[in-house]
Design a protein around this ligand. Structure first.
Ligand SMILES: Nc1ncnc2c1ncn2[C@@H]1O[C@H](COP(=O)(O)OP(=O)(O)OP(=O)(O)O)[C@@H](O)[C@H]1O
Ligand SMILES: [Mg+2]
Length: 459
C-alpha cells in the first residue's frame, strides 16, 4: 500500500508537470503554425485571384464582346475558382457562378470606380467566398473572381485534427517516457525506504545496491554509511554497558566481600585488617577512576569541554604523573625512564594535561609485561614533543585508527582482564586537540607502542 502511494505520487507529480509543459508547448506551437499557415495560404489565394482577374480584365479590355466574355467564363468553369463579369453598371453579363444573394450583395456599388484590382472580401471564416474585383479598362466592366471559403475551412479542420492527433501521440510518448523515468527514479528510493524500515527495526547494516553517482546514489551511500555508523555505535554502546557493569561489579564484589569480613571478623589480626582495607581502598579508586572517565565523556559529548589554562611547567606535570604511577609499574617489575629536556613555560590546562599523561603512562604500564617505559620531552623548532614508549604487547595495525574511538578496546578478551572502558585515548585525543595539538601512535605487535604528542610552544 505504502509502496503504491510512493510510486503514484512521484509518477503522478512528474506526469502532471511534464504533460502541463507539453500541452502548453503544443498549444503555443499549434497556434503559431495555425496562424502562419492560414495567413500565408489566404494571402496566396487572394493574390492568385487578383492576378487571374487582372489578366481576364486585360483580355476583355481588348475585346469586350460576348464571345470573349464566354471564352473567359469557360476558362473558369469546372475549376475551384469562379468568375463573374459585369458591365460598368454592375449588370451581370456572364459567369461560372450561380448569382446568389450573397454573390449579389458583394457586387460593387454602381458609382464606385476602380483604378486597379482590389480584394473585395477576405473574411473566409464568415463569408462563403474570398472575392476580388478587377476593372476592365476605365471601369467599362468588372471581372469578379471567387474562391470558396469552404475549402479553406476544411483545410483548417484537417489541420486541427492533425494537430490533435500529433498532440495525443506526443503526450502518450511523454507519458511512456515519464513512466520509465519515474520507475527508474522510484526504484532506488523504494529500496532506500525499505532499508530505513529495516534500520528502524534495529538492522542497521544494510546493503543498498547502488549504481551511478547521481544525487540519489549519493543519498543511498549516505544512508548506508549512516547505518554502518549506527551499527558501530550500537555495538560500542553494548560493549560499553557490558564493560561498565563488569568494571563496577568486580570492585563492588571485592568491597562487599572484604567489608563483610571486616564487620564479622573481629578476631582478624591488625595486619590482615590493614590488608583488607587496602584492597577496599584500591577498589574504590578503580570505581572513582571509571566515574571520572564517564564524567569527562558526558562533558565531552555535551560540548561542555572548557579549558582552564594557566602558565605551567610541562615537565613538572609529567614528573608528577610518573611519581604517582611508579608503584604500579614497580608492581609489574617495569622501569619508568624519563628524559625531560628544558622546556619553557607553557599555557595550558594543567589538570587536563595531567590526565593525558596519566592515561598514556597508565596504558603503557597496563599493556606491558616486561621491559620498560620511556618518557621523553624535548623542543623541536616551535614544537614541544612528548614521546611515551613501551615494550608491551603492541597494537595490531588494523586496530590503530580505531583506538581513538569511544569505548574501543583491542580484542576484548585480552583487555578484559586488564580492566578499562576504552575511554582513555578518546579523552586524551580530545584534550590534545582542544590545545591545538596533535597525537600520533606507532606500534608493533609484541614489540611495543609509541605515543607522540605535539604541542605548539604557545598553545
Ligand atoms: N600502550 C599500549 N599498548 C598496547 N595497547 C594499547 C596501549 N594503549 C592503548 N592500547 C589499546 O587501545 C585500547 C584503547 O585504550 P584506552 O586507553 O582508550 O582504553 P582502556 O585502556 O582499555 O580503558 P580506559 O578507559 O580505562 O583507559 C586499549 O583497550 C588497548 O587495547
Ligand atoms: Mg587506558
Amino acid at each position: 500500500m505504502k509502496k503504491l502511494l510512493i510510486t503514484n505520487s512521484i509518477s503522478v507529480k512528474l506526469g502532471l508537470l511534464f504533460s502541463g509543459i507539453f500541452i502548453t508547448l503544443l498549444f503555443i506551437l499549434g497556434s503559431i503554425l495555425y496562424g502562419v499557415f492560414t495567413h500565408l495560404f489566404v494571402d496566396y489565394i487572394k493574390q492568385d485571384l487578383l492576378v487571374r482577374g487582372n489578366n481576364h480584365a486585360i483580355v476583355l479590355k481588348e475585346q469586350f464582346n460576348q464571345p470573349t466574355i464566354e471564352h473567359v467564363v469557360r476558362m473558369e468553369t469546372g475549376v475551384t475558382t469562379k468568375v463573374l463579369i459585369t458591365d460598368s453598371g454592375q449588370r451581370v453579363l456572364s459567369g461560372s457562378i450561380h448569382v446568389s444573394r450573397d454573390v449579389e450583395k458583394h457586387l460593387l456599388a454602381k458609382d464606385k470606380k476602380l483604378t486597379e484590382g482590389i480584394v473585395l472580401e477576405s473574411d473566409w471564416k464568415h463569408h462563403n467566398y474570398l472575392i476580388t474585383v478587377s476593372p476592365i479598362g476605365k471601369n467599362e466592366g468588372y471581372v469578379y473572381m471567387y474562391y470558396p471559403s469552404g475549402i479553406l475551412r476544411e483545410i483548417v479542420i484537417v489541420l486541427n485534427v492533425l494537430m490533435i492527433v500529433v498532440g495525443i501521440g506526443i503526450l502518450l510518448l511523454a507519458f511512456g517516457m515519464i513512466g520509465i523515468l519515474s520507475r527508474r527514479l522510484t526504484k532506488p528510493l523504494l529500496m532506500m525506504k525499505e532499508a530505513t524500515n529495516e534500520m528502524e527495526l534495529g538492522n542497521y547494516r544494510q546493503n543498498i545496491p547502488i549504481t551511478g553517482s547521481d544525487e540519489i546514489a549519493q543519498l543511498g551511500n549516505s544512508i548506508q554509511s549512516l547505518g554502518e555508523q549506527l551499527d558501530y555505535y550500537e555495538n560500542s554502546r553494548n560493549d560499553f554497558l557490558a564493560a561498565v557493569s563488569h568494571e563496577l561489579r568486580t570492585p563492588l564484589t571485592y568491597i562487599r566481600g572484604y567489608s563483610d569480613i571486616l564487620i564479622k571478623g573481629i578476631d582478624k589480626s591488625t595486619e590482615e585488617r590493614r590488608e583488607y582495607l587496602k584492597i577496599i581502598n584500591e577498589e574504590t579508586k578503580r570505581i572513582s577512576h571509571l566515574v571520572n572517565d564517564l564524567f569527562d565523556l558526558s562533558k565531552l559529548q555535551a560540548g561542555k569541554f572548557e579549558l582552564e589554562k594557566e602558565w605551567t611547567d610541562i615537565n613538572w606535570i609529567i614528573q608528577k604523573v610518573i611519581t604517582n604511577l611508579k608503584p604500579a609499574a614497580e608492581k609489574k617489575n617495569l622501569q619508568i625512564k624519563a628524559s625531560l629536556k628544558d622546556i619553557p613555560g607553557v599555557y595550558l590546562d594543567t589538570r587536563k594535561m595531567e590526565q593525558v599523561f596519566y592515561n598514556l603512562i597508565e596504558n603503557a604500564i597496563k599493556y606491558t609485561t616486561q621491559g620498560e617505559i620511556s618518557i621523553r620531552s624535548y623542543l623541536e623548532q616551535e614544537l614541544i614533543i612528548i614521546k611515551i614508549t613501551d615494550t608491551g604487547i603492541g597494537i595490531p595495525q588494523s586496530d590503530l585508527p580505531k583506538i581513538w574511538d569511544r569505548f574501543y578496546r583491542v580484542d576484548q578478551s585480552r583487555t578484559r582482564k586488564t580492566g578499562g572502558t576504552g575511554l582513555g585515548l578518546y579523552i586524551v585525543k580530545k584534550i590534545i586537540e582542544s590545545h591545538d595539538g596533535e597525537i600520533t601512535v606507532e606500534s608493533m605487535e609484541n614489540k611495543g607502542s609509541a605515543f607522540t604528542i605535539y604541542l605548539k610552544n604557545n598553545c
